[in-house]
Write a protein that binds this ligand. Sequence first.
Ligand code: SAM
Length: 151
Amino acid sequence: MEDDFLVQVLNLYKNQKWKEIIELNKVDNAVAARKLLWVWPSESNLQMMDSTIRQFSLYGVISIGCGCGLFEWLLGQFSGLTVIGYEVNQEWWSSRYSNPQFIKLNFPDQPPTPEILFPDYALLFCYFNDGKAFREYISCYKGNLSRFWVK
Ligand SMILES: C[S@@+](CC[C@H](N)C(=O)[O-])C[C@H]1O[C@@H](n2cnc3c(N)ncnc32)[C@H](O)[C@@H]1O
């Protein structure tokens, strides 16, 4: 069941059918979906992010703790913005246990340094799970959108 869902998502991804992936939100497949994404975005979620980023005249998004990058790929497809993904544990993400990846994952040094956090990009933390690292990223960031909170 979970594998079927993953194959379905991968086929849609290969065919650039991002709208159909978003529609899977309506399918009752929470366990399988959660393996790929903690939050399955709606088009209106992506619209809100796109317009907020453009309102601040930013070039795109740096997603910290992007996981497999499916959310980020959907945002990039929807908006045309550049979406950069940062993760930790490159070895695991290169192993056979990891999920397939939907964007290129980057593995910055830890703790992070200001050069990797371009001030003309918004920072995105979606279900980020390391408070200490969160504070380190925020203290390196010289842009002004990281204080825009969405609940
Ligand atoms: C709960 S998962 C959320 C994944 C994805 N954002 C989502 O919403 O599905 C948190 C992610 O943050 C990553 N992470 C933890 N510490 C990190 C750090 N210091 N820098 C970048 N990513 C980190 C973890 O490897 C994990 O993939």
